[in-house]
Design a protein around this ligand. Sequence first.
Ligand SMILES: [Ca+2]
Length: 139
Amino acid sequence: MADTFTLKLLLLECFQAQELNGDEIYIKLDGRVIWTWKTHHDRFSHDTSRPHTIDKLDFADARKHGADGWQDAGIDPQAFVFNGLSGSAVLEVWDADTLTRDDLIGRAPVRAADGGHGAIAVVIQGDGAYYRLTYEVIS
Ligand SMILES: [Ca+2]
């Protein structure tokens, strides 16, 4: 089949959180939530001195980085490998808010043509937040 590809999520890094207590991040692929802070109780922040905050989530090696260094993230790397995508896909990084509408921090379009380029890192930036999402496309 032409133009089908596999997306492998590798890493999400926070360089500037939007909120003081850390961002309640969730990630969507084509509108479907594929990872959420709700399940893992980790907020993202550049300042990991705050409780339950991480600045890196390594999907490929199932580990997260916080004040105590790298730790087991309790995830299955295979859950972040998406086979049989066709045409193009969109990754979105959101911050959940209790009292106001959730914020879309940014999005990354993923295409079959990205295949074979190794790890691709995109800046996810918006609403004062600055993240980097790294993934690989295999086509
Ligand atoms: Ca929030």
